[in-house]
Design a binder for this molecule. Structure first.
Ligand code: ATP
Length: 287
């Protein structure tokens, strides 16, 4: 495996599907069979390692994996209070969540001082408390964190929240957010020259896939006199293409917009006289 690049991803869980999707959309072909922990790409010198996400930061830092996809929350938790050899390369925009304090709905917590806080992210919570000069005890638990206030193990919890539905189902209310997280691509700092070349290709392709998620290709027709006004409304477009139409007073405008197009934007375009406004998805963008 000396000159093959290894990419570590979560074996199963919330990050799995979108990590695999991103790798495949980046043109890295491989097939997974059952419970295999390693998949070899058949078109690039790349191997995919399937591991627990908790293990990913140390695998990358030690050079056992070259690239990896992991939640930023996990990266932070495992990198605090020690030296690591990891570069953050690319925010991937999926698995967004936040790490928040929460307590039972019927309790009012004014200060965390002297309280017992249960969490699966003890380093992150300790650092937060230290920075704020708060003296509280942190109880480390790997799962079912929401249960701990009800069995007397904690006064409050600090856990990952996305929609808030799990907190609500467990009669807990969110009090304060410590950090916002999303999936991130990370890289070992000391890759060989050969591996750096392959890594650069993978990173640029993944960047292309991520860019495309928010990008849209917009086509519309407008009066020639309105071109400048209309181009100003198109969000994140560099230099739209303006094409003459058979009707001499009209042109077609085509633009790659690297920001979302909302209904409000389309309504503004229409108000400026644009017609036949088409907004189309973009699969890949290489800038
Ligand atoms: P492991 O792979 O080590 O078993 P895990 O049990 O923490 O990890 P998941 O519950 O699948 O695995 O969470 C993986 C990641 O998904 C989290 O670290 C976080 O970045 C992200 N995530 C997004 N939303 C949530 C959420 N509501 N709760 C938990 N994790 C979330």
């Amino acid at each position: 495996m000396k000159n093959r690049l290894t990419i570590a991803v979560q074996k199963k869980g919330r990050l799995f599907d979108q990590s695999i999707d991103l790798i495949k959309k980046s043109g890295i072909n491989f097939s997974t069979k059952g419970d295999n922990l390693l998949a070899k790409s058949n078109n690039l010198p790349i191997d995919i390692l399937f591991v627990r996400s908790d293990d990913i930061p140390s695998l990358v830092s030690n050079g056992d994996a070259d690239l990896a996809i992991v939640g930023e929350n996990v990266l932070l938790e495992k990198s605090l209070f020690k030296r690591t050899y990891i570069d953050k390369v690319l925010y991937l925009g999926f698995s967004r969540c936040r790490l928040s304090f929460a307590c039972p709905e019927n309790i009012n917590i004014r200060s965390f001082k002297g309280k017992k806080i249960a969490t699966s992210y003890p380093n992150t919570v300790k650092k937060y408390l230290k920075d704020k000069n708060i003296n509280a005890s942190v109880v480390n638990i790997h799962g079912s964190v929401e249960l701990t206030p009800y069995i007397g193990m904690s006064d409050l919890i600090c856990d990952l929240v996305s929609s808030g539905a799990t907190l609500e189902a467990n009669n807990l209310k969110e009090i304060e957010t410590i950090l916002e997280s999303q999936a991130i691509l990370i890289k070992n700092k000391n890759l060989s020259t050969a591996k750096t070349k392959i890594a650069e290709k993978v990173i640029s392709r993944m960047q292309g896939v991520v860019n495309a998620i928010e990008s849209k290709y917009v086509m519309l027709n407008a009066d020639s006199s309105k071109v400048q006004e209309i181009c100003k409304i198109l969000p994140g477009s560099e230099s739209p293409t303006v094409i003459p139409l058979e009707n001499e007073n009209k042109v077609a405008i085509h633009a790659l917009c690297q920001e979302p197009i909302f209904w409000e934007t389309m309504e503004k375009l229409k108000a400026k006289g644009a017609s036949s406004i088409l907004v189309m998805p973009v699969e890949k963008v290489l800038n």
